[in-house]
Structures are given as structure tokens and as C-alpha cells.
Design a protein around this ligand. Structure first.
Ligand code: BDR
Length: 313
């Protein structure tokens, strides 16, 4: 059965590949809308980048809403140093002509979820969780309408990527992540522990390029732009490809391995701000609020992405 999804995102090259993977899977996903978030870059870029990606894939029927321009409590931290001045540097994509929706992203989430039957919508989060956190504060009853949240967020065994202990999406808005993790909604978390296994080696990107369709070629060009930062940082043969773990997990859960645990967000200490304190060994009796994905199969992952990218224009 097709899953009805709303995408929360701050594209970003890896988010773009995630969105393209979703759009290349029309038998699996019905995309109700996209809510752009401030994160990798400021909101004025992320909402525009979301529209650029939809136009690239010929899917201007999907509405894009702009959400909050900054996190709940803290000044915005971006990852422009990785993603470039527009957040989506790499391929030369034209300025979008499809309109941005007038309705604020938080109001869109509340209205759409309240109109849905209980548990029928999945939230795919590729970004900081500001807009979902705000929507849950504004209308807590939306929690019952969401079947599951599948999010790229967090890190535990691998340590952090923006501070020694915090993963970027959680660090940008720890308070929003805290609201979401305490909401009682079923959550699957794809942290750095698994995304660091999914490395976009030269051979894997070459495979996308040789597919020859414009979306796959653009995806390869995006990764070629954002890769060098991570290659230098980690010294690996390919950069981690984070965002597409969300659709890949939903399409083929057998590629991944994890367990139900408690995850609590650090919101007090500046030293460890935004850390996802994962009780992987079940040391405490805190409620198991997250299915925490620890491992994945990179070969199967890249096969799946190539297969879905190939279906696009
Ligand atoms: C996350 O941080 C961002 O910079 C990436 O796009 C990804 O969403 C990984 O920590």
C-alpha cells in the first residue's frame, strides 16, 4: 500500500537525493507536501531549493510550504561550509517558477494532520525538527494522526558531526527534537551510526552518472560538490549519504538493523547540547520511544537508490 507522507526538509544535497528517491518511488509514496525548514542553510534558500528539486523531477504538483525561519530557542546554525552558499551547490539548476504556498508550514502540518484519519500519515524528516515541534505545541492532537516519524537525526556510537557529541539536525533545534521525542508518536531514527556506513564512493557516483537521466546526473553532481568536506574530515573513500536512509528504510527495512530503545535529547548543557542520549543497552527503564537503526547494508542501499533514480526524468 502507498504510504501518504509529508517531507520536512532543508535541502541540502543529501536531502535532494532523498527527495528524488521518494519521487522515483511513486508506487510506494504519495507525497502530500513538503515543509521547508531552516537548517543546512537559511529558509529563503531551502524553500527555493525544494522547488528546484521538484521542477528537476517534473513534480510541480507537490506543494511546498515554508516553515519557521529559525529554531525554537536558539540562533540558527547552518552547514553552509558543507553545502555551499545556496545550500544546493553542484549542478546548475534554474531558478524555480512553481509557486511557494502562502500557508505557513506549521499551519499546513496542523491543518493536514487534523483532517487525516488517525495514524494515516508518515512524516519523513530530513532536517531539524522545528516545524513539527512547533506544530505539536500548537495542536498536540496531531500526534494521534501521525502513524510514524522516520527521521535522519542523532548519533551515539559514532559521536557527533557538528560538535563532538551532537548530530547536526538535532543540534540546530534540540528543543524541537525534545518535543518530538516525548510526543508518544512512533519514531524510527536513522543516526550517523548508520549513515556513516553509506559512503558515496567514486564508483557509486559514477553509476548514477552513467544512468544518464538528468535527475541521476544532477544527484551525482550534488554529491561531488558536498563530498570534499567529509572526505577531508574522515579520510574515507566516500562521504556519508545521510538523507536517503529515510526513504531507503521505508522502502526496504530489511537493509537495516536496529532496536527499540529510549533516546533522550540533551537540552541543558552547552558542552553536550543536542546529544541524543541513546540507551542502546537498555540500562534504564525509560520508555522505549525510538526504533534506533544502528547498521545498514551499503551495497543494497546504493542498488536501491540507483534503481529509483533511474526511474526519474
Ligand atoms: C545532517 O546534517 C546535514 O548537514 C545533512 O544534510 C544531514 O541532514 C547529517 O548530520
Amino acid at each position: 500500500m502507498k504510504r501518504r507522507i509529508i517531507i520536512l526538509t532543508d535541502p541540502g544535497q543529501d536531502e535532494a537525493v532523498a527527495i528524488l528517491t521518494i519521487l522515483g518511488s511513486p508506487d510506494d509514496f504519495e507525497v502530500l507536501g513538503i515543509v521547508a525548514t531552516a537548517g543546512n542553510i537559511e529558509l529563503e534558500f531551502t524553500e527555493k531549493n525544494a522547488r528546484k528539486i521538484l521542477e528537476l523531477a517534473g513534480r510541480t504538483d507537490i506543494p511546498v510550504h515554508a516553515g519557521c525561519s529559525r529554531p525554537m530557542h536558539r540562533p540558527l546554525v547552518t552547514a553552509q561550509h558543507v553545502h555551499g552558499p545556496t545550500g544546493l551547490d553542484g549542478p546548475d539548476l534554474p531558478e524555480p517558477t512553481m509557486p511557494l504556498q502562502k500557508q505557513h508550514g506549521v499551519d499546513y502540518l496542523v491543518e493536514t494532520l487534523m483532517a487525516a484519519a488517525s495514524g494515516t500519515i508518515t512524516i519523513c524528516s530530513l532536517s531539524p525538527l522545528t516545524n513539527l515541534g512547533m506544530a505539536l505545541v500548537k495542536e498536540p492532537r496531531i500526534a494521534g494522526r501521525i502513524g510514524e516519524i522516520v527521521m535522519m537525526a542523532g548519533a551515539y556510537f559514532e559521536g557527533g558531526n557538528i560538535t563532538p557529541t551532537a548530530e547536526f539536525n538535532v543540534y540546530v533545534d534540540p528543543e524541537a527534537a525534545d518535543v518530538v521525542l516525548r510526543s508518544g508518536i512512533r519514531i524510527t531514527m536513522l543516526p550517523l551510526d548508520v549513515t556513516h556506513q553509506m559512503r558515496s564512493t567514486k564508483e557509486r557516483l559514477q553509476r548514477w552518472r552513467s544512468l544518464g537521466n538528468r535527475c541521476a546526473v544532477a544527484a551525482a553532481e550534488m554529491m561531488a560538490f558536498s563530498e570534499p568536506f567529509d572526505l577531508k574530515k574522515y579520510g574515507w573513500d566516500g562521504a556519508p549519504l545521510h538523507g536517503p536512509c529515510v526513504p531507503a528504510y521505508m522502502l526496504k527495512p530489511a537493509l537495516f538493523r536496529g532496536r527499540d530503545i529510549n533516546v533522550t535529547i540533551e537540552t541543558g548543557s552547552e558542552l553536550t547540547m543536542g546529544m541524543t542520549v541513546a540507551d542502546y543497552w537498555r540500562i534504564t527503564d525509560r520508555p522505549r520511544n525510538v526504533f534506533y537503526v544502528r547498521d545498514g547494508d551499503p551495497e543494497g542501499y546504493y542498488d536501491l537508490l540507483a534503481e529509483r533514480l533511474a526511474r526519474l526524468p
